[in-house]
Ligand binder design. Structure first.
Ligand SMILES: Cc1ncc(COP(=O)(O)O)c(C=O)c1O
Length: 363
């Protein structure tokens, strides 16, 4: 087979499902493992996690790793329940919030049924629909990142709606009241994906009590600086959690990550200090980019979305990359393109701005 041959429809006796053959697969942001790179492309936290996380991993690693982990991440569930003022039965832990998004899709959506989400937003939602053999209904954001009435319009086969809040790539957020209102109008589950909510002023976890179709997913990858650990959780009414738990892998979180995530959640002092640094660096980044002539979307996340009226975004991405600075170039068909830049340390931001000035931006 040459490099240009079409993908085989089957591999020997292994028949690949048609929807899998058709899909392109989710392409994560670049993760260079060699060389010195300023990495501002995948919304990781630029600071290392709390020391208490490292201690928890060290202590746990010397304990009984020959045993299977706690299948429900009980210590974490208890800590998260205390944090949010609910009972542990309202919490389900996952191997990153992506795992929970997968469990939600598998639980609620059958083949040829429909998932709705706003566009542009998190690219994985489409991948999950494609794997499931489901349809996806992408509701276009208006240019000011608001949504029109089609967002809540009834449609046949609609089984699940995802709403990232704050959204990626825009960093914009809808209010809790707005989301409550939408949840009341629709007749399917509304998953509020709060991967970035710690960086903003508000969470929708509280809505879960009153609205039985609201489910909130959270991650420790961003605000807790634990992207490499793979740990997330959701908050939902216990009847839903019981059903979702049937769909998860038996041991979807490992012993080390359960201990580390529990320690992280319990160190709220570390979190508040970290959030303060990210929020003040976000200001620095937004101001610097604005001075370079970018239009910068006010952000409530740990990244900013920016476009430049005079620059070619993909060229700029490549020029930055050539100088060892990795940002995310996003090109959304039927929408437009731009750069999504994660909030780094102040040194990283100064380096980025210096390279932009060196490149003659603005010009
Ligand atoms: C909107 C959104 N949701 C979920 C995730 C996944 O996070 P996790 O690392 O917990 O799987 C991401 C990751 O970038 C994201 O941008």
């Amino acid at each position: 087979m040459t490099e240009n041959s079409p993908q085989p429809a089957s591999s020997g006796n292994c028949q690949i499902r048609e929807n899998i053959q058709r899909m392109r697969g989710y392409a994560p942001g670049e993760q260079p493992r060699v060389g010195k790179v300023i990495k501002l492309n995948t919304n990781e936290n630029p600071f290392p996690p709390s020391d208490k996380v490292v201690q928890a991993i060290q202590q746990t690693a010397t304990a009984a790793l020959q045993r299977y982990p706690d299948a429900f991440a009980t210590p974490f569930r208890i800590a998260a329940a205390q944090h949010w003022g609910v009972e542990p039965e309202w919490i389900l832990a996952g191997n990153g919030s992506d795992d929970l998004l997968t469990i939600l899709t598998r639980t609620f959506v059958g083949e040829n049924e429909k998932i709705r989400y706003p566009y542009p937003s998190y690219v994985l939602y489409r991948t999950l629909a494609e794997i499931q053999g489901a349809e996806y209904d992408e509701v276009l954001f208006r240019k000011d990142w608001t949504l029109g009435p089609e967002w809540t319009a009834p449609t046949d086969g609609l089984r699940l709606m995802f709403l990232p809040n704050p959204n990626s790539p825009s960093g914009t957020r809808f209010s809790k009241e707005q989301i409550r209102d939408w949840a009341d109008q629709i007749t399917c589950p509304l998953v509020v994906d709060e991967a970035y909510a710690d960086f903003s002023q508000e969470s929708c976890v509280e809505l879960v009590r009153d609205c039985n179709n609201v489910i909130v997913t959270r991650t420790l990858s961003k605000s807790y600086g634990l992207a490499g650990l793979r740990f997330g959780y959701l908050v939902a009414q216990p009847e839903l959690v019981t059903q979702l738990a049937k769909v998860k892998d038996s041991y979807n979180c490992d012993t080390l990550s359960i201990a580390a995530a529990t320690a992280a959640l319990m160190d709220q002092d570390w979190l508040s200090q970290n959030l303060q640094s990210i929020q003040s660096n976000r200001k620095l980044l937004s101001q610097g980019l604005t001075e370079c002539g970018f239009e910068v979307q006010p952000s409530e996340a740990n990244f900013v979305w920016c476009t430049h009226p005079k620059q070619h975004h993909q060229t700029l991405y490549q020029q930055l990359k050539d100088q060892g600075i990795l940002v995310r170039y996003m090109d959304y068909p039927n929408w437009g393109d731009g750069l999504r830049i994660s909030v780094g340390t102040s040194d990283q931001i100064q380096a980025l701005l210096a390279v932009l000035q060196h490149l003659g931006v603005p010009s």
